[in-house]
Design a protein around this ligand. Structure first.
Ligand SMILES: [Zn+2]
Ligand SMILES: [Zn+2]
Length: 642
């Protein structure tokens, strides 16, 4: 363990010490350090509350002040069993003892009256714990298995200094305030409704504006880069995914196929059982089995999965990926080398089956729309095309003020045989990805073993303003699917050649990307993205007419504006606009009406004074058209030091 992990892990021992003083019946499981702190899993009939946390934390302070030394004791397996029984911790600790392989050292650590089965390491004295805090309680299944009992997990964190702890707690507060699930509700951006289904995002009007603006922006850039827009349906025949390999290899992560009514009726007539139906659903034709086995060079499809054609069951799948549909569009026309690259783009909606425990707001969902595209090119074109994909990502991230990101190049593991395709192709594809990453001017790492099975890939990981990392989408080079679908183009030599495919969804999905953006901006979107760009706030009813006139002009200019005609006080109206995070609030009084002006309050810069309306409108139109980021408040100028 590094020193920080050591400190945090020691804190979990101190936590257990304090907990047992208050709840002597608690049965302990494990208490490891984490990236941001530590936890201890405990089995306790009493349901812990936040008041309990405060009490336990106070007791932890006492334990720390007692300056207890951590003492290691190595014992035999029999002695270990004895000790565990003596301290009454058989329920989980005996199982944990059994996990320790034969021949490995078994050790206990004791601080004060508390003794715990542990390999170490720890700080030397409990008084080293000067800055810690218990944060929350969550349910956690023993060994992460939902068939086991659910324990209570007590989370905490610890730092070497009080200052670092305070900074960390501040970051947690900021993260809470930025939580896209909370802001999504407050700003009415999206909802998830149990009747529709968990993990399925309903984009409300406000959120839809943000998504549409982003899609418009990305589409504009795609047009500049020579992409063609396509549309494809949300489902495809099972047979298609058998060819692509998505079914049944990835069936755990997909929705159950929809079997055609006619097939179902026929099966019913034959008295076919559900089990038989499942077998037939996952069966393939002898021809496809042979193709697949030949390609993989081993028996990937076992004989029991091979059925005569009339026994194969077809149906439809909610599409888990857009690739097969785009491949069929490419294959629908003959291509010459002069036509390449063909770049097909679609905001394509796909569905994946995620465990309900994995779902999280917009960032882990069951249905999502990828900013997807597939590029079909010659081998010589791969490097330039990958570069083009990266350039697009750079433009979009820069426009959104996400300047802090890193890039991961996933390469094949030279010792593994799970990758398909010839090694020479891999070398070319990998060097193309590596060269492209170099030109980005941002740090990148090469990670062997992280490639997709069909080719190397480039991932983007952005860091948000409070230092959290978010993995967005990827660019992948693929030599495999063109073989599976037998794609070809006619080369300059008049012979058929195999194209290379590039899959790219640089932002992953619109759902995830918007979720990240909500947190990145903390809901304070730049004017071009803001659902409501301008709010007109008349000081009194007398200027409502003036307000209506301005509203018409704003709308005619394509600005999303509203007029607050409520009769409450000005302060309340301004406060409401602030809560709604509207970039501009225009306050209108009699003087402004007289002079055809507005008093401008900007969310980013505060009071900007009175301006002629026409001047303001021109400035706003430019700000929106150029997709400008909000200008920061000018820093207070300090008097020069003498
Ligand atoms: Zn320990
Ligand atoms: Zn794809």
């Amino acid at each position: 363990m590094n020193p920080l992990e050591e400190l945090r892990h020691s804190a979990s021992h101190i936590l257990a010490t304090a907990l047992l003083r208050i709840f002597p019946d608690a049965k302990l499981d494990i208490g490891p350090p984490t990236d941001t702190g530590f936890y201890y899993d405990v089995d306790l009939d009493h349901k812990l509350t936040t008041e309990d946390l405060a009490k336990i934390e106070a007791e932890m302070k006492k334990v720390a002040d007692e300056n207890q030394p951590f003492q290691r004791k190595e014992v035999s397996r029999e002695e270990a069993t004895e000790i565990i029984k003596k301290i009454g911790q058989e329920r989980y600790k005996l199982g944990r003892l059994a996990d320790i392989p034969e021949g490995e050292k078994i050790s206990f650590y004791q601080n004060g009256e508390f003794i715990d089965l542990c390999a170490g390491t720890h700080v030397r004295y409990s008084s080293k714990l000067k800055a810690f805090k218990l944060l929350s309680i969550a349910g956690a299944y023993h060994r992460g298995d939902e068939h086991n009992k659910q324990l209570q997990r007590i989370y905490g964190t610890a730092f070497p200094t009080k200052e670092e702890l305070a900074q960390h707690l501040e970051r947690i507060e900021q993260a809470k305030a930025r939580d896209h699930r909370k802001l999504g509700r407050d700003l009415k951006l999206f909802v998830i409704d149990d009747d529709v289904g968990q993990g399925l995002i309903l984009w409300t009007p406000n959120g839809s504006i943000i998504r549409q603006e982003l899609q418009n922006f990305i589409s504009e850039e795609l047009r500049k880069q020579g992409y063609s827009q396509v549309f494809t349906p949300h489902i495809g025949k099972l047979e298609l995914y058998k060819t692509s390999g998505h079914f049944p290899y990835y069936k755990e992560s997909q929705f159950t196929p929809v079997v055609e009514n006619e097939s179902l009726a026929k099966l019913l007539h034959e008295g076919c059982s559900c089990a038989e139906m499942v077998v037939r659903l996952e069966a393939v034709s002898a021809q496809l089995a042979e193709q697949i086995n030949q390609r993989t060079g081993k028996v990937t499809i076992t004989p029991d999965r091979v059925k005569p054609n009339d026994q194969l069951l077809d149906g439809f799948m909610l599409k888990p990926m857009n690739c097969p549909h785009h491949i069929k569009i490419f294959a629908s026309q003959p291509h010459s080398y002069r036509d390449l690259p063909v770049r097909l783009a679609e905001f394509g909606t796909v569905y994946r089956w995620e465990q309900s425990g994995e779902l999280n707001g917009m960032t882990r969902v069951r249905g999502f729309t990828q900013d997807d595209a597939h590029l079909f090119c010659t081998e010589e074109q791969v490097a330039a095309e990958v570069l083009g994909c990266l350039a697009l990502v750079k433009i979009v991230l820069t426009t959104l003020g996400m300047s802090d990101y890193r890039v991961r190049v996933g390469l094949r593991d030279p010792d593994s045989n799970k990758y398909t395709g010839e090694s020479a192709n891999w070398d070319k594809a990998e060097s193309a990805c590596r060269e492209a990453a170099k030109t980005l001017g941002v740090p990148f790492t090469e990670e062997p073993g992280e490639a997709a099975f069909y080719g190397p890939k480039i991932d983007f990981v952005i860091k948000d303003v409070i230092g959290r990392e978010w993995q967005l989408g990827t660019v992948q080079v693929d030599y495999n699917l063109p073989v599976r679908f037998d794609l070809s183009y006619i080369g300059a030599d008049n012979q058929p050649h195999r194209p290379v495919m590039i899959h790219r969804a640089p932002f992953g999905s619109m759902e995830r990307f918007c979720g990240v953006l909500i947190e990145h901006f903390a809901g304070d979107f730049p004017a071009w993205l803001a659902p409501e760009q301008v709010r007109l706030v008349p000081i009194s009813d007398k200027v409502n007419d003036y307000g209506r006139g301005l509203l018409d002009q704003l709308k005619a200019a394509g600005v999303r504006a509203t007029l607050d005609e409520h009769s409450d006080k000005l302060g309340a109206k301004i406060r409401r606009a602030e809560l709604d995070k509207v970039p501009y609030t225009l306050v209108l009084g009699a003087k402004e009406a007289e002079a055809q002006s507005v008093s401008v309050r900007s969310r980013a810069k505060g009071d900007e004074g009175v301006t002629p309306f026409a001047t303001y409108l021109e400035k706003l139109k430019t700000e929106i058209a150029t997709r400008a980021l909000p200008e920061k408040k000018r820093p207070e100028t300090n008097p020069p030091a003498s």
